[in-house]
Design a protein around this ligand. Structure first.
Ligand code: DGP
Length: 114
């Protein structure tokens, strides 16, 4: 999408610190990290959020979780624990309306989340 920040990062119109890429997704460092490890896993295709996905997109969602787990292993954060967060709509804290999954680690997390 023309005015979407994450579409611009995906196609190289905006810079980002990319830590992973395949044909379906990228993973980048969050610009405002809230944990020592704070990555964003972003599908290359534009979806507003999970409400924009169809049954046919379920493999993509599964792929994102498998890549998140692989990144967690490769960064040595799997054993201590990591959190995957996906905010849907403004009331849940979504500020960028291109679906993305936060991968957070490196500190203790509380529950319930803020
Ligand atoms: P959310 O609030 O769940 O929609 O998360 C959006 C995240 O995106 C937030 O943690 C900050 C991050 N972000 C926003 N703009 C940029 C950007 O231009 N580059 C990067 N790397 N991250 C961004």
């Amino acid at each position: 999408m023309e005015d979407c920040i994450f579409c611009k990062i995906v196609d190289g119109r905006l810079p980002a610190k990319k830590v992973y890429e395949d044909e379906l997704i990228i993973a980048i460092e969050d610009i405002s990290p809230v944990a020592p490890v704070h990555l964003l896993l972003i599908p290359k295709r534009h979806f507003v959020n999970s409400l924009d996905m169809q049954v046919s997109d379920r493999e993509l969602v599964g792929h994102i979780f498998l890549v998140a787990a692989e990144i967690a292993r490769s960064k040595g954060i799997a054993e201590n624990g990591f959190r995957i967060v996906n905010n849907n709509n403004a009331g849940a804290g979504q500020s960028v309306f291109h679906i993305h999954f936060h991968l957070l680690a490196g500190r203790t997390f509380t529950w319930p989340p803020g």
